[in-house]
Write a protein that binds this ligand. Structure first.
Ligand code: NDP
Ligand code: PHD
Length: 340
């Protein structure tokens, strides 16, 4: 016996990836419903070798469905997640709406799978921000060995982090740079993204940081350890898929770069590609479609007592969203629902 699964936001980047990953990983699905807004009623999406027709989430009856994987943004989630949860369907949510709610577990299965037990308080489990997810997969095994005091992270985030519209804007602007008669509308980004970088993701907060930067701080504390200090600068770059991060990590204890490399080689969800020669590191275009978080450029930071630098790259639509959500579904299935 398998599960009755709902994918909400099935026409979006994350929703489509969730369907791909459920199929790729052979998740035990008995029945699947694909939902989106009324705009997409009847739109066809792929699930393995099947083609499914999208239904309107409005009025959908969640009773009798085991889990609903949501990727519909915070506003729609606010409306529909409580309806699904009240009907007994466990919501695994990609939006930021519930991440900081003490009654909702925020899960990266390689890091804090045990916290999933807390799902029953609201019948909701939150999936982290894409930049946080890949970072904590790399930090946790190092923290277990040498206790992290502080992390300085600079991100290089792809436009797929802004959904379908972000991808379209980079594509249209790039064409318009080469062909100035092409017209395009700037809808998503405050400045030109083609052939440029923008140090601004999500809204500005009072202290001058952005909400994206704040999320990396708050979510790392909730998932890994509240004692870890994080300072982040989040930057949008003209890459379609794949987020990159330059991490500077300060530890309580000394951690040699070779030992760090060995620890990360053994760590779940991590792939180390770290050769000090041309091409001995991973770039975002190379991580697309992969499950792993790739770590390269591991090296001692000689300017502080116990410091390391590293480069971290992952497919933001996968580990940053869809893969992590499916891994949460697998964890919930294996540990709690036990149907598969
Ligand atoms: N992209 C990323 O890297 C990450 C994304 N997320 C989260 O995942 C969610 C989706 O992101 P993404 O797939 O990239 O976005 P897209 O813009 O690609 O897709 C949005 C999806 O949400 C649906 N949707 C929007 N409004 C409603 C509504 N009122 N009712 C029902 N469905 C609705 C859309 O349906 P329709 O086609 O009908 O409009 C579409 O299926 C967001 O919450 C985002 O915060 C989280 C982590 C990382
Ligand atoms: N903000 C991320 C993607 C995302 O949707 O994040 P969140 O779920 O925290 O809003 C990015 O732009 O790359």
């Amino acid at each position: 016996m398998g599960y009755r699964i709902v994918v909400a936001g099935a026409t979006g980047n994350v929703g489509r990836e969730m369907l791909n990953i459920l199929a790729e990983r052979g998740f035990p699905v008995d029945e699947i419903a694909v939902l989106a807004s009324r705009r997409s009623l009847g739109t066809e999406v792929s699930f393995g070798d099947k083609t499914l027709k999208t239904k309107d989430i409005e009025g959908f009856d969640f009773a009798g469905w085991d889990m609903a994987l949501f990727a519909i943004g915070s506003d729609a989630t606010k409306k529909y997640a409580p309806i699904a949860a009240a009907a007994g369907c466990v919501v695994i949510d990609n939006s930021s709406l519930y991440r900081y709610d003490p009654d909702v577990p925020l899960i990266v299965p390689e890091v804090n799978a045990d916290a999933i037990e807390g799902y029953a308080k609201k019948n909701i489990i939150a999936n982290p921000n894409c930049s946080t997810a890949q970072m904590v997969v790399a930090l946790k095994p190092l923290h277990d060995r040498a206790r992290i005091k502080r992390v300085v992270v600079s991100t290089y985030q792809s436009v797929s982090g802004s959904g379908k519209d972000g991808i379209d804007e980079l594509w249209d602007q790039t064409k318009a740079v080469y062909n100035p008669t092409d017209e395009y509308e700037r809808k998503v980004y405050p400045k030109q993204i083609a052939f440029n970088v923008i140090p601004h993701i999500d809204v500005f907060l009072e202290d001058g940081s952005t909400k994206e930067e704040w999320k990396m701080v708050a979510e790392t504390k909730k998932i890994v350890d509240p004692s870890i200090k994080v300072t982040a600068t989040c930057v949008r770059v003209p890459v379609f898929v794949g987020h990159s991060e330059a991490l500077n990590v300060e530890f309580e204890d000394f951690l040699d770069e070779d030992e760090a490399r060995d620890i990360l080689r053994e760590a779940p969800g991590v792939m180390v590609i770290d050769k000090r020669e041309d091409g001995g590191y991973v770039t975002p275009v190379e991580c697309v479609g992969d499950f792993a978080t790739f770590i390269s450029r591991i090296r001692q930071d000689s300017t502080i007592e116990n410091g390391l630098n590293l480069w971290c790259v992952s497919d933001n639509l996968r580990k940053g969203a869809a893969l992590n959500a499916v891994q949460i579904a697998e964890t919930l299935g294996n540990r709690v629902l036990k149907k598969g």
